[in-house]
Design a protein around this ligand. Structure first.
Ligand SMILES: [Zn+2]
Length: 345
């Protein structure tokens, strides 16, 4: 990583999840080792040892923390969360509390996980899915009553109220551009990602363990509407296949329509990012010069960090002027691995 122990300890002291996967630290007094982002109490500097990975810490006689589970692949959603996604995708509809309990998932646990990772409770997430299911039914020509039933609303009047509250118009007056954002959870070599698309283009690719994901989702819902659905969209399937080929080292250029609403400045930065070839890097200052705003380095870095379509809009190809990695909203270790994959380091 090219970081000294003081920088590693600083990451531990601020519980920096962006270093999870980059190294582990062990505590002499407890014989336990942790990820940098572990929520346990910060140990004293003189009790801490650093290791490149979990197996090195194990060989040195330390045991894995039960809280941050450093032996598990970083950034992978727990099995029960994957199960929920699969089940919702299969049934095409939100799950009832009874279905969740039958699958062994306590609704309160689901709520906590979704709040933490997606910035909304599971109940709110399910509500968004119901709106999505109803919009798709209406677009396919269903009556309001049938759309309410498709989205598992108990009464048509309850559906009308909820729909109007969320979308600002009655279900019978669906605008031509009414849409639901389709989401899919994918497992990649660098952890789980959430991929999003609607008819106009791919609008989201973000790692599921990122602190930035809730903000990204909130921004998208503000611009594209609150209705969500899981899976079952041709563009989503095409994007998922390209993302997997990219991680397998077989695809260098994505061929996908993108939908990335933002300010004019953000649009210019994101368009310029897409012009950086595979395996090449630019500094923030060079990027600022390319868009004709040489003094706007910090603003460029800001727009870079607000990119909602990681990897496809390759913000990981921008590095600090001194050749260091600089920041990366998707975690520094991921940036390093992406650049390694592309042969840029
Ligand atoms: Zn821990």
């Amino acid at each position: 990583m090219g970081l000294d122990h003081e920088q590693l300890y600083a990451a531990v002291a601020r519980r920096d999840h962006s270093f999870d996967g980059a190294f582990v630290f062990a505590v002499r007094t407890t014989s336990v080792f942790c990820r940098p982002g572990c929520a346990a109490r910060t140990p004293r500097r003189d009790n801490v040892l650093f290791f490149a990975d979990a197996s090195a810490a194990q060989s040195a006689g330390f045991r894995a923390c039960r809280r941050c589970r450093p032996l598990e692949a970083p950034g992978v959603a727990p099995d029960w969360v994957r199960g929920l996604f699969v089940q919702i995708e299969r049934t095409g509809a939100p799950l009832t509390a009874r279905q969740m309990r039958a699958a062994g998932v306590h609704p309160a646990r689901a709520s906590r996980w979704f709040q933490e990772h997606m910035g909304m409770s599971f109940r709110a997430f399910q509500h968004s899915l119901r709106l999505g299911a109803s919009i798709d039914a209406l677009r396919a020509g269903a009556s309001v009553g049938d759309a309410a039933a498709a989205a598992r609303f108990e009464s048509e009047s309850g559906f009308r109220d909820a729909f109007e509250r969320a979308l600002g118009h009655a279900p019978s007056r669906l605008p031509a551009n009414a849409r639901s954002v389709r989401l899919a959870r994918l497992t990649t070599a660098l952890g789980d990602v959430l991929l999003g698309a609607c008819d106009e283009g791919v609008c989201l690719l973000e790692f599921l363990d990122r602190d930035t994901l809730p903000g990204q989702l909130a921004a998208l819902r503000k611009v594209l509407g609150p209705a969500l659905r899981l899976g079952d969209h041709p563009l989503l399937a095409r994007a998922a296949a390209q993302v997997q080929s990219y991680f397998a080292g077989e695809l260098r250029e994505f061929d996908l329509p993108l939908l990335a609403p933002g300010t004019d400045f953000e649009q210019r930065v994101w368009a310029e990012l897409r012009r950086i070839p595979y395996g090449r890097t630019l500094s923030y200052a060079q990027l600022a010069t390319h868009i004709g705003r040489p003094t706007a380095t910090r603003a460029v870095a800001g727009a870079n960090s607000r990119n909602r379509i990681a990897v496809i809009i390759p913000c990981h190809r921008v590095i600090a002027a001194d050749g260091g990695l600089g920041g990366y909203a998707g975690s520094v270790w991921r940036k390093e691995r992406l650049l390694e994959l592309e042969g840029a380091r």
